[in-house]
Design a protein around this ligand. Structure first.
Ligand code: PMP
Length: 292
């Protein structure tokens, strides 16, 4: 079956989905995006993802050429056109084509692209055993330079971290902020569990306000787990009972090793596994149904 991509009001095949070399998303990373999951025909946390997209747009003064309700309709249409039940949605809004100068005023119209695809996910073994990870020297972008709450197309900070993870032959890496507090992974939020309490860093330290992070915080409350949004350091990670990452692609995945220190039992711990199990129960419910 053909893969259809939504490109500025039209559906084109993957082969024909081309953007201008003058697009400021390409030239400067000037744009924003969302990564969204669809589970059994349900767009998980659709509203939250769209709201984050429009908030990012507002923050960088990017005028999305369709209102949020229409964006949701287009999203649904793209999924239906691709007959997708389970997979990943990449929604991109770039500043659009301009000239070679930086000035966004030279970009008359933002470009909207929606790609829906099957998703290659971690193996069930990885969810049970956990990931090895390292901390890296590269600090998270400071919020008063480029706020990590903006899900911008400028992912070079994250890519540099991914390169370090690759060099260390691990699946994900941990970024600190300029003060040495833990912020997040290259593409995931981070949590730790100590003596039954779940901790995650506040996003003002320099992290994306992950939708999965939000869902896990809600689940903690539902399951009666104490959750604290508090700054913590690498030391706290090393001595934690459990550490896990959350993200649209990764869901809830345990960390078994950080910088050579074995975390807890060296496998996914009971809190992590319980959160994963409960998370997987809500992903087909909490969102917008595509085929009703
Ligand atoms: N942090 C970063 C830097 C990310 O790219 C992502 C993935 N979008 C996350 C955290 C997790 O966010 P979400 O749960 O919304 O996918």
């Amino acid at each position: 079956m053909k893969q259809w991509i939504y490109l500025d009001g039209e559906f084109v095949t993957k082969e024909n989905a081309k953007v201008s070399v003058y697009d400021h998303g390409f030239l400067y990373g000037d744009g924003i995006f969302e990564g969204i999951r669809i589970y059994g025909g349900n767009i998980f946390k659709c509203k939250e993802h769209l709201e984050r997209l429009y908030d990012s747009a507002k923050s960088i003064m990017l005028n999305i050429p369709l209102p949020i309700e229409e964006m949701q309709d287009v999203l649904l249409e793209t999924i239906r056109k691709n007959e997708l039940q389970d997979g990943y949605i990449r929604l991109i809004v770039s500043r659009g084509p301009g000239n070679l100068g930086l000035d966004p005023l030279r970009c008359p119209k933002a470009s909207v692209i929606i790609i829906v695809e099957q998703l290659a996910i971690y193996s069930e073994e990885a969810y049970r055993n956990g990931l090895r990870t390292v901390s890296v020297a590269e600090r998270r972008n400071i919020p008063d330079a480029l706020n990590p709450k903006i899900k911008s197309l400028n992912y070079l900070n994250n890519i540099l971290v991914k390169i370090k993870a690759n060099l260390a032959d691990v699946g994900e890496a941990i970024m600190l902020n300029a003060q040495g507090y833990v912020t997040e992974g290259s593409g995931d939020n981070i949590f730790l569990v100590k003596k039954g309490v779940v901790y995650t860093p506040p996003c003002y330290l320099g992290a994306l306000e992950g939708i999965t992070r939000g869902a896990i915080m809600e689940l903690c409350q539902k399951l009666g787990l104490t959750l604290k949004e508090e700054p913590f350091s690498l030391h706290d990670i090393y001595v934690a009972d459990e550490v896990f990452f959350t993200g649209t692609a990764a869901e809830v995945i345990a960390v078994r090793e950080v910088d050579g220190r074995i975390i807890g039992s060296g496998q996914a711990g009971p809190v992590t596994l319980s959160l994963l199990e409960n998370f997987r129960k809500i992903v087909t419910e909490d969102g917008v149904k595509v085929y009703d």
